[in-house]
Design a protein around this ligand. Structure first.
Ligand SMILES: [Zn+2]
Length: 343
């Protein structure tokens, strides 16, 4: 008897330039496991539940059949509907233990915003721009139905049996510290969330209190997935694709090229993160693009710092600037990292 196929459904999002997100429906006998669940829609009478139900129906299931909800990471486009869905189905929510940090942030958005404004101030973002940039979170929050913690806390390494087949939970920190992929060794199929996307290089951003070196975590996680040699990837956004290893190599090249660019600039003269972000992303016009550019630049700086290639000093105006300190190789696997701290 062969188990039924996993079906991926695009749910509409329409926030901050994110068009849609993938929900994957994995049949499990009379029941069904879903992976990622899209956003809560405060503007729709049904809160967006209808689109999700239609997706389930397309796979031959109804809401009452949902017996397990897996969320690849607690970004609101993947997780916003989870609380509502738990109310409607009674199903448990499986997420990585580190998604606690995201839940904490959603419970205390004012603290998160203040922390981000502090970071921006330290790195040279002007006062007028600071509040606008820190408001990124505010724009997403209405699409979060409620803050729900994992009922089953994943660590990576678990095996979920769904429809008589094994799915391995693979912890893939980087895009988000609590990110997991689901891997079917039988089908050589990866549900990649935002770890691996077609067309775009997934953003890897630094945020104080989260991963101290998220870009290194991300590159390590990419290599972990490449070792599995997936034949097919169902990504969190966009269409399924093959040649995962080719895609991973392209993303690795892209990230390492950017690291080299940042390092080359700092070798010429000291830079602030704001200056580097402008250098790297010339067309970051919208607030959320600029916010992303600065947070990504911070991730590059963290990587270079933990590599021993750059160091920080404080200018007379109180802004951090970064100067070159050594010729350490950049493409190295992670060792032990220091506890979360600056940049
Ligand atoms: Zn994400």
């Amino acid at each position: 008897m062969s188990a039924a196929e996993a079906v991926s459904v695009a749910l509409p999002v329409g926030v901050n330039g994110v068009e849609s997100v993938t929900m994957t429906v994995i049949p499990d006998g009379d029941h069904v496991t879903i992976v990622d669940c899209g956003v809560w829609r405060p503007d729709l009478p049904d809160g967006g539940v209808g689109a999700l139900e239609a997706g389930l129906e397309g796979a031959g299931y109804a809401l009452r059949d949902v017996s397990r909800i897996v969320v690849t990471h607690a970004h609101i486009d993947h997780y916003g509907m989870a609380g509502r869905l738990m109310e409607l189905t009674g199903a448990p929510l499986l997420m990585h233990a580190h998604t606690d940090l995201d839940c904490e942030k959603y419970r205390h958005p004012d603290t998160a915003r203040a922390r981000r404004r502090d970071t921006y101030a330290d790195h040279g973002v002007s006062e007028t721009e600071r509040t606008d940039l820190a408001d990124h979170l505010t724009r997403w929050l209405p699409y979060l139905h409620s803050v729900v913690e994992a009922s089953q806390r994943l660590r990576g390494g678990e095996v979920l049996t769904i429809g008589g087949e094994d799915w391995d939970v693979v912890h893939t920190p980087g895009h988000s510290l609590g990110h997991v992929c689901l891997w079917s060794p039988t089908r050589e199929l990866l549900l990649s969330g935002d770890h691996l996307l077609p067309g775009i290089t997934p953003p890897v951003t630094f945020e104080r209190g989260f991963d101290a070196d998220p870009l290194r975590s991300y590159l390590d996680s990419l290599r972990r997935i490449a070792d599995l040699r997936p034949q097919l990837v169902h990504p969190g956004h966009g269409r399924p694709f093959g040649d995962a290893v080719g895609r991973i190599e392209a993303i690795l090249r892209n990230k390492l090229r950017r690291l080299e660019r940042v390092r080359a600039a700092i070798r010429e003269r000291p830079y602030t993160v704001t200056e580097l972000a402008d250098l790297l992303v010339a067309k970051a016009i919208l607030a959320h693009q600029r916010q992303l550019a600065i947070s990504e630049t911070l991730a590059h700086i963290a990587y270079l710092r933990w590599s021993g290639a750059v160091e920080r000093r404080t200018r007379s105006d109180g802004v951090y600037e970064w100067y070159a300190t050594g010729d350490a190789p950049l493409d190295v696997k992670s060792g032990l990292r220091a506890a979360p701290s600056a940049p």
